[in-house]
Design a protein around this ligand. Structure first.
Ligand SMILES: [Mg+2]
Ligand SMILES: [Zn+2]
Length: 428
């Protein structure tokens, strides 16, 4: 038996079944008698994220059913859910189920800033556990893999050596810290989060679904099969309303019925989805935590057939590309310091010219100025290379099949402008 106080994160006497924390008196005790060796994936998920934030910011709506979204429900509060309102549902349907439903227009900037805070707090776990792997699956949920001490493919090999495993004490520490994140968010941001722990991504996600809101739960591999047997297939990720309805038409309303079907029988009806369905019904999931790295560059290119031979046409094409690139940057609120011009000549050779500046830019004209300078240089150089003995240029060889422009060393524009302002202030 393992006892963890979810209020003060004390690891309590593992021999006793405690109802209250002996240190802070809280009744929020998380107990499990599972083999901690197997529990290596945690899923952190905010409870009805958008709806919760809107209720926090509009106290007067606290006792009302609300749904965030326009045509489609993006997030429904727990009161609205009692009427059957669900995320992904068309708004007219939600309104029919719950006539007093308050419909709130989403404010994504607000949700994104909460996401940034969550990211910061979660990534800070890496300070103590550098090998912890983190995957943000969406704006309000992420997975943590604290199974091994090694990076990469070793995780998927059947047996881990003792050295590769994260020691038990370190794992318990991760649990404590995840519980602390849950508390911190509730207290400081007034956002409730649920935490699920399991051997794989699937089980941790199902554990979360079952303990919401503000829950903390474990679903062990040993108990998964029996637990899932009694549940509706809709508890499985990827089984939405449409799939659930198709299953119901086949008479399948419990996962036990899926477990009872041989894979070949499922394949006849479900094709490629069958294997996943079959595995999920037993709680099996081989997918690993995929750490995404922030994009460091953005590029855009165009090919020509036939080749372009004219300098002005090339410049115009480049202008168009820079304009599009700048629009993409604007959308993502990014700016970069390095501009790369890429060309493929008629003879298929590739030329790439890079130029870096000291401050990040995102404006299409600025990007174009730098890229066009590179283009000019390249065309002049290539003309020189092709200049015959009589000083005439064999123009026919000077064609280009492709032009591309990339921007690298990307950073958030807010950061870059902030720095800029600081520099300006120190100048004046
Ligand atoms: Mg969520
Ligand atoms: Zn306590």
């Amino acid at each position: 038996m393992h006892n963890l106080c979810l209020s003060c994160q004390s690891s309590l006497d593992d021999k006793k079944h405690l109802a209250f924390c002996t240190l802070c008196g809280s009744g929020r005790i998380f107990r499990t008698n599972e083999n901690l060796e197997q529990l290596k994936v945690a899923h952190i998920d905010c409870d009805s994220f958008y709806a919760q934030i809107e209720k926090r910011d509009h106290r007067q709506w606290i006792a009302e059913p609300i749904a965030v979204g326009k045509m489609v429900v993006l997030s429904a509060c727990y009161i609205a859910r009692m009427y059957g309102v669900r995320a992904g549902m068309p708004m007219f349907e939600a309104r029919a189920l719950c006539p007093i439903l308050r419909i709130v227009q989403p404010t994504f900037s607000k949700y994104r800033s909460e996401n940034l805070i969550l990211r910061q707090v979660v990534y800070a776990l890496k300070n103590h556990h550098p090998k912890l792997r983190i995957e943000f699956a969406s704006i309000d949920e992420c997975w943590l893999d604290f199974g091994t001490q090694s990076n990469g493919s070793i995780r998927n090999s059947p047996r881990l050596t003792e050295q590769q495993k994260m020691p038990l004490t370190a794992r318990k520490k991760v649990w404590q810290e995840v519980s602390a994140i849950q508390n911190k968010f509730k207290q400081e941001r007034e956002i409730s989060i649920s935490v699920g722990i399991g051997e794989n991504k699937l089980l941790s996600k199902i554990a979360v679904r079952c303990c919401k809101p503000q829950g903390f739960a474990v679903l062990s591999t040993a108990k998964a099969k029996n637990f899932l047997a009694q549940q509706s297939p809709q508890i499985l990720p990827g089984v939405g309303r449409v799939t659930a309805q198709r299953l119901r038409q086949q008479g399948i309303t419990r996962i036990s019925q899926l477990q009872a079907q041989p894979l070949w029988a499922l394949t006849q009806r479900w094709g490629r989805f069958a294997e996943q369905l079959h595995n999920m019904s037993f709680g099996k999931d081989k997918s690993s935590i995929f750490e995404k790295y922030k994009r460091k560059s953005n590029s855009i290119e165009r090919t020509f057939s036939p080749c372009i031979y004219n300098r002005n046409t090339m410049q115009n094409e480049l202008k168009g590309l820079c304009h599009k690139l700048a629009q993409q940057l604007q959308k993502r609120n990014e700016a970069g310091r390095t501009i790369v011009l890429k060309l493929r000549r008629k003879d298929l050779s590739i030329v790439s010219r890079t130029r870096s500046i000291s401050y990040p830019i995102s404006d299409s004209r600025q990007i174009f100025n730098i890229a066009a300078y590179n283009l000019d240089n390249e065309i002049s150089q290539s003309e020189n290379e092709r200049r015959g003995a009589d000083n005439s240029i064999r123009k026919s060889q000077l064609g280009y099949r492709l032009i591309g422009v990339a921007i690298k060393s990307l950073q958030d524009k807010q950061h870059s402008t902030k720095k800029h302002i600081l520099v300006q202030q120190s100048l004046f």
